[in-house]
Design a protein around this ligand. Sequence first.
Ligand SMILES: [Zn+2]
Length: 194
Amino acid sequence: MEWWMSMPKVELHAHLNGSIRGSTLLELARALWDKGLIDFSQVEHVILKNDHMTVTRIANEVVEDFASEKVVYLELRTTPKKNDSQGMSKRSYVEAVLEGIRSVSSVDVALIPYTEDPRNLLESPATNDKCDGNSRKKIFVRLLLSADRRETTEATMETVKLALEMRHLGVVGIDLSGNPKVGKWYVNLSRTLA
Ligand SMILES: [Zn+2]
């Protein structure tokens, strides 16, 4: 196990909300449960009921945790969430995620824009050797926005446009998620794009 932990790793498909730190998930679920907002069979809905600060915290911890397992390159994907009760739009959700990634302090984070060829990153060392002899870990992070097949074409287009607009901030692409047998937006979407 120690050997595995010490190896530099590349993570190409991590679900942001599937990677929530266990202790954080319990803490958030307990707080929502105390308010009567969820019961424990709905722990997976924790993320849907939380505010920007929590989204930022989750993203921050997820990057920290991957870095602590010596992941040096991380592609995170997440479905932008709209939550009127929290004044949350898809855009503000993604901004909160990016804020969390940027605010990691235990490790140097490089949010890589879409223009950068990941092969160039291989040249960069995963550890920065500082003059004082201390070395700090470094992790390269990229974000993909996910469109759930249950969404309407309109909602999906909103996510696609958001990804395009935020491509200089570390958003590099679109991920398709959910049940592949559900919905037909891909037909409508290809028509819209054509
Ligand atoms: Zn997936």
